[in-house]
Design a protein around this ligand. Structure first.
Ligand code: SAM
Length: 448
């Protein structure tokens, strides 16, 4: 199984390659030396990460050909807009259609959608978001592997189970050799091509140590590396970029500075925003967003979260539910309902069209595979598979996790991979690259 389908470069202009995948075209940044028109490459998140020998690429493409056209048809059929039942509020229909046509919505209009609760209206919103996703991205979906390499954290985020004040938690950190080995094996044995390396804010990983890990991975494998390590100064992020990291996943958690102040004592809202601006300036792909369900959070805050995330020209929106952890000050926070999350994902899709929306693991933890399925059908197009070895995974307890690890790590990873892949396939999604989004694209941008 492979989480990336290779494509053939048909044109390069200004360092942006136009890549053909069975007749569909996506753009990607040329990020490795010596790439030429006619080459077969793997791209991830709109970045070319590896070149393949022609015979290898052709054999992968041949293996996928029949399945790809079947999946593509299924995705298109599922995204076909159904006639909606009578009785839907005409004002909601008007706003949704306006967003679908790419006309800027007013704040009031967006808030109306976030506050909407009628089943017919919500279904129309989700269906429209899915249809926009299908028109823009076709059936591309990205599946990244996430490796949680340390649960040691100097911060005290009020919602997070790995906060430093949770003294009951057994702590771990992986050494460079182990991280490099997990990535290499996930590439060679499991076919992953994009990884999120995540940890608490653990100062053991100095710039030098992180640089070494990134360099060693990039020397061995053509992969997209996304860092989720919290706040570092811009100089550090620059060195990590120079070493080969290309993405940063860092949520601002909430766009409301007062709420942020309530739930963070060791972190400042302004620093979080500065970090995001800094990594954007360096040239990283950005994944950001917020927690949904913080006590005191209102629809107005969620709207500002979406707009703030959009203001960074975010490539990957990451909005997910808060799950109360018993060893935190937010232990008694009730869970949000699924519609609260679907509305944020769908509205993000409606007002950005070409963004990518991650369906977080927290969605699955709260609402099971059905929750993930619904989020993928409401504008979502990206998922992560946890590749953290079972012995550590139960300790990376940012929220209580149902640990279904069998004790045989490989078997467990294989099970999670096949569950995710069958869900994606049941929705007609395939791992062709999602391409460049936002303003990074060139003139050949896939358009509606
Ligand atoms: N240290 C890095 C940082 O600060 O971005 C990455 C690790 S941090 C644990 C990753 C994300 O976990 C946070 O951005 C937060 O949104 C999420 N998270 C923490 N506790 C959570 C909870 N109880 N429920 C849902 N998500 C949570």
């Amino acid at each position: 199984m492979c989480y990336a389908i290779p494509g053939r470069i048909i044109k390069i202009s200004n360092n942006i390659a136009l890549i053909d995948y069975y007749g569909e075209r996506k753009e990607a940044l040329v990020d490795i030396e010596g790439i030429r028109t006619g080459d077969y490459v793997f791209a991830q998140g709109g970045v070319i990460v590896d070149r393949l020998q022609e015979e290898v690429a052709l054999s992968i493409l041949e293996g996928w050909r029949e399945a790809f056209s079947r999946l593509k048809k299924k995705d298109k059929d599922l995204a076909e807009e159904e006639p909606f039942p009578e009785g839907i509020d005409p004002e909601i229909i008007r706003i949704i259609r306006k967003g679908e046509e790419g006309i800027t919505l007013t704040r009031d209009e967006m808030l109306t959608l976030l506050r909407c609760s009628g089943r017919g209206e919500l279904n129309l919103l989700y269906q429209t978001a899915n249809s926009i996703r299908q028109k823009v991205h076709k059936n591309s979906s990205c599946v990244h592997g996430i490796i949680e390499f340390s649960n040691i954290c100097k911060n005290d985020c009020a919602y997070c189970g790995i906060r430093k004040d949770n003294h009951a938690l057994e702590r771990y950190r992986m050494e460079a050799d182990e991280i490099v080995e997990i990535v290499t094996s996930a590439v060679n044995r499991l076919g992953f091509r994009a990884f999120v390396l995540q940890s608490g804010e653990d100062s053991y990983y100095t710039t030098e140590r992180l640089t070494e890990i990134i360099r060693r991975i990039r020397e061995r494998c053509g992969v997209l590396l996304i860092l989720s390590i919290g706040e570092r100064d811009k100089g550090c992020y620059q060195e990590l970029y120079d070493a080969g990291a290309r993405g940063v996943l860092i949520r601002f958690e909430t766009s409301n500075p007062d709420l942020y102040g309530k739930f963070h004592t060791t972190l400042r809202y302004e620093d979080r925003i500065e970090t995001l601006k800094g990594v954007r300036e360096i040239g990283y792909i950005i994944a950001t967003g917020s927690l949904i369900g913080l006590p005191g959070q209102r629809e107005e805050d969620l709207l500002e979260d979406i707009l703030l995330a959009r203001s960074f020209d975010t490539e990957m929106y990451s909005f997910g539910p808060l799950i109360a952890h018993p060893a935190t000050p937010l232990a008694s926070t009730p869970p949000v309902d699924l519609d609260a999350i679907l509305k944020v994902i769908a509205l993000t899709r409606l007002i950005t069209h070409d963004g990518n929306a991650l369906v977080t693991s927290a969605v699955e933890t709260l609402f099971g595979k059905e929750g993930t399925r619904q989020a993928l059908m409401a504008g979502g197009n990206s998922m992560m598979i946890n590749l953290t070895p079972a012995r550590y995974r139960r300790l990376y307890a940012i929220y209580p996790r149902e640990d279904r690890a069998t004790g045989f790590p490989d078997e467990d990873v294989q099970r999670r991979i096949s569950e995710t892949v069958s869900l994606l396939h049941s929705l007609g999604r395939a791992p062709t690259d999602i391409g460049i989004s936002g303003t990074r694209g060139g003139n050949n941008k896939t358009s509606l």
